[in-house]
Design a protein around this ligand. Structure first.
Ligand SMILES: [Zn+2]
Length: 155
């Protein structure tokens, strides 16, 4: 039996391929035109049930899928062509990768954006963009929390 095709979420500089049924918590890949790929792995922060609940999610699965999409979404909003952190993972943290502290900063902004979408709370890393957070959340929900793009075309 062949695996079903992924749901493809397109961004300006990359795509996120979502495989909802490949793993109990879902599985996503961020892919670049040059072939680089970052998998959303099980040992990611989002695999922690208590942490997902802290962010306001009812399941690790929902927290993980929105986390991977939010990395690229938030990075674009901050002016990057894609997520420097996911690209660093895809490149094996090789030369030219975002430095560790920049990865931690991006992680904090992304996690606080997720928590804002679920709870309305603004954390310290997100606070410089607090005035944009409602608009970002509305766009994120419109683009990624409704029907998958392939299905909406077929409907
Ligand atoms: Zn992350």
């Amino acid at each position: 039996m062949s695996a079903p095709p992924p749901i493809v979420w397109r961004f300006a500089g990359c795509e996120v391929h979502e495989y909802p049924d490949r793993d109990a918590n879902g599985y996503l890949e961020t892919r670049w035109p040059d072939g680089a790929m970052c998998p959303a792995t099980r040992d990611h922060t989002m695999s922690n049930v208590d942490y997902a609940a802290h962010l306001g999610y009812r399941s690790v699965r929902d927290a993980l899928r929105e986390h991977e999409l939010a990395h690229t979404f938030v990075s674009e909003k901050l002016g990057f062509p894609y997520s420097p952190t996911l690209r660093a993972v895809a490149d094996g943290f090789g030369p030219g990768s975002a430095p560790y502290e920049a990865q931690l900063w991006e992680e904090a902004v992304v996690l606080e954006f997720q928590r804002f979408m679920q709870t309305g709370d603004i954390g310290p890393a997100l606070s410089p963009w607090a005035w944009k957070a409602d608009a970002w959340a509305a766009e994120f929900r419109r683009r990624f929390c409704g029907s998958p793009p392939a299905l909406s075309l077929a409907a």
